[in-house]
Each structure stands twice: as C-alpha cells, then as structure tokens.
Ligand binder design. Structure first.
Ligand code: AMP
Ligand code: GLY
Length: 367
C-alpha cells in the first residue's frame, strides 16, 4: 500500500522510517516532510495545509492510508474530511481531538468518567480565576485551554506570579486566544511517564512506556525545551502499575469517548504523573509524542504499516505490535542557542559514523 504521512519533524521522520521498513508498504509520501524523510519517502506539497488540501493530495496520490503526526490537523478536522470522503486515515475526529485541543474539555471529561487527575477549576472569567487561586496552595499550575505549542502550561510559585500569569493569559499576550479560558490546578509531584496506546475506538493496544526530558544541559539545569530526548524501557512501569494505568486511565477514556458519541480512534497519549496516590493524568495528547516516537519506533518489531491500516479499519491486532525487549534512547542534538534564538546553517557531520553503530539519525529543522 501507499501511505501518506502528514508533518515534517523528527517524529514524522521516524514514522516514515518505520513505514519504509514495513513489508505491507510499497511507497511512503510525506507532506511537507523534511530532508531526513526524503531519504526514504517522496516529499509532496499540499495545495494548502488544511483538511481539504490534505484530502486533495491524498486523492491525487491514491494513498491507501494517511497517518497524521501533529495535533493541529487533527484538531482542524482532517480525519472528518477524509472519513466523509471515504478515504482511510488513522487519527481522531475533530470532536475526539478535543481531548488535546481543549484542556477544559479534557479535565471535565476526566471528572465525568472518574479518571484520576489533579484537582482543578476552569473558567473564562478573570475575576473568578483570581478568586479560585485561594482554593490552592503554591506552587500551582495555570494552563491555557487551547493549543499553545508547548507554551500553555505555567507553574507559578506564589500569588504575584499567579496573578501576572493570569493577566497575560486573559490579556492574550502569552498564548493568544488559547489563553482566554484557563485551568488552574493542583501541583502534583512524582515521576512523569508518557503512556501511548493505539485505539480503534473500542479498546487500547499500548506501546511500552516512555519518558521525555524537557530541560536542556547536563544535570537538567534548564531551561525547558521542546524535548532534549526520550527513552523507552519496559521497567519504567512494573507490570501491575502498567495494568493500573490501562484500567484506570486508558480504557475508561476510550470507553467514555465512545459513550459520549465521539469514539477515539488513533494514538492516545496520556501524560501521567506517578504520584504516591497512584497514576494521575496531567494531560492527553491525541497523537504520538515527539521525541518519544523516535525511541518507541526504534524498538518496534513488526509491520507498522499493517498495524496502522488494521487499526484504522477498527481491528487492533496485538500480534502486529511486536517490541524488542531492550530499552532505547533518543538523544536530541540541537543547534547552538537552542531553545532561544538558534544559530542556523552549521554543518552537521558524522551521520554515517553514527549509523554504523546501529543508531538511527532522525532529522528535525535541517536542510
Ligand atoms: P504540556 O506538555 O506543555 O501540556 O506541559 C505539561 C508539563 O507541565 C508536564 O509534562 C509536567 O511537567 C507539567 N505539569 C502539568 N500539569 C502539572 C501538574 N498538575 N503538576 C505538576 N506538573 C505539571
Ligand atoms: N513529548 C511531549 C509531547 O509530544 O507532547
């Protein structure tokens, strides 16, 4: 089959790479892709990077399956456009993508279905938000409701910082319209785990657990980045705890979405805090993680293309999700200055030497 991949970061390079190794896949297209994708996939331009633009592209390529990397096209309704047109795509509809697209939706959904999460207040009223601060102790967490490209979560240490953060959220200066509604929530402590599963709308098929690491520099001296790396290791969660996550978070989420008439098909990513009271959900994403995917797909052992095609058709097949037993790690090598203003144009060398050791090099932001 011919598969179209939407997106152009390191995660999408890893998806293209795994698809290119799938016996069921004869051709991989990526839109817009990146120079790394171009070594294994054909880069194609969409007339517009909108649901109808992607649909027209998939039609013109006669793609048998489309796989969506980032959240924005999902929240924009790319899956709805494909399903209406009868084209196969793996991902949640616009309604189901609210689990990531609206933090208020996801928090209220968790409340409705008894899914463990931090205590919270949600509001679009600045005065009510200020008042709600008194219901929490510091530090506390303020979250923009809408998509904010990783900038919508602020941990504040005292009331002055909280008030300033609320002002910049409601003033639209921090993350634009995404911050006009906010969640204020209790600060949780523990180890964070990225728990990612495939869902066909009925049940879940989990990947091994992984963890991403956001602070830059040796010793985590910061600041936060889009991710300096990730690792996947089955020992991150003992088997009983893994089952607890499936039983208290993943399965109730998929069942709850089905009961609310928005079945969730696609990659369901729960960002968990393993607290002393058990796992609590910090957030849902409706896609694979970046850079968790790079580590996860390196361990995958099986036909990724067939796995996704079957899942898109409503058939989760555990025998297609083989996983190599050993752990894997993804280390991000960033341009000088990252995550601030980066120096661009530096030459990257040593890729063949790295790959001769069994490593795989994924591109993001290269040319
Ligand atoms: P994001 O992935 O941008 O939504 O940011 C989520 C990150 O903020 C998580 O990975 C946590 O590190 C942190 N975070 C979010 N909610 C909480 C919370 N309630 N308590 C502690 N840390 C949190
Ligand atoms: N690695 C975090 C994310 O993909 O949201």
């Amino acid at each position: 089959m011919k598969v179209l991949v939407i997106g152009g970061g390191g995660r999408e390079h890893a998806i293209c790479w795994r698809l290119s190794l799938s016996p069921s896949v004869s051709k991989v297209y990526a839109t817009p892709g990146n120079p790394g994708c171009a070594t294994i996939a054909q880069l194609v331009q969409a007339g517009s990077y909108t649901p109808s633009g992607y649909l027209a592209l998939a039609r013109s390529l006669a793609a048998d399956l489309t796989v969506v990397g980032p959240e924005a096209p999902l929240v924009d309704g790319v899956v709805d456009a494909f399903e209406t047109a009868g084209l196969r795509i793996f991902g949640p509809t616009r309604a189901a993508a609210q689990l990531e697209g609206s933090k208020i939706f996801s928090k209220q959904f968790m409340t409705r279905h008894g899914i463990p999460t931090a205590r919270f207040t949600a509001t679009d009223d600045p005065a009510a938000a200020r008042q709600a601060l008194d219901e929490f102790t510091y530090p506390l967490v303020i979250k923009a409701d809408g998509l904010a490209a990783g900038k919508g979560v602020v941990i504040v240490r005292d009331k002055a910082e909280a008030v300033a953060t609320l002002d910049s959220m409601f003033g639209g200066t921090l993350v634009g319209d995404a911050g006009l509604r906010v969640v204020i929530e209790e600060f949780l402590t523990g180890e964070e785990v990225s728990f990612i599963a495939l869902s066909d709308g009925e049940s879940v098929l989990p990947f091994e657990p992984s963890q991403d690491h956001k602070t830059i520099f040796e010793g985590d001296t910061g600041p936060n980045t889009g991710g300096m790396g990730a690792y996947s290791d089955s020992r991150i969660l003992p088997p009983a705890m893994r089952q607890t996550v499936i039983d208290t978070v993943m399965t109730p989420t998929v069942q709850g979405m089905k009961a609310e008439w928005m079945p969730f098909k696609g990659f369901l990513y729960a960002g968990l805090m393993m607290t002393k009271d058990g796992p609590k959900t910090l957030e849902f994403n409706v896609r694979l993680g970046d850079p968790e995917t790079q580590a996860l797909l390196h361990r995958l052992d099986g036909d990724f293309g067939e796995l996704l095609m079957e899942a898109a058709a409503g058939r989760l097949n555990p025998s297609l999700l083989g996983c190599k037993p050993g752990p894997s790690v993804c280390v991000v090598l960033a341009a000088a200055g990252y995550p601030g203003k980066v120096r661009s144009g530096d030459l990257i060398s040593g890729i063949p030497e790295a790959e001769s050791t069994g490593a795989v090099v994924f591109h993001a932001g290269t040319r």
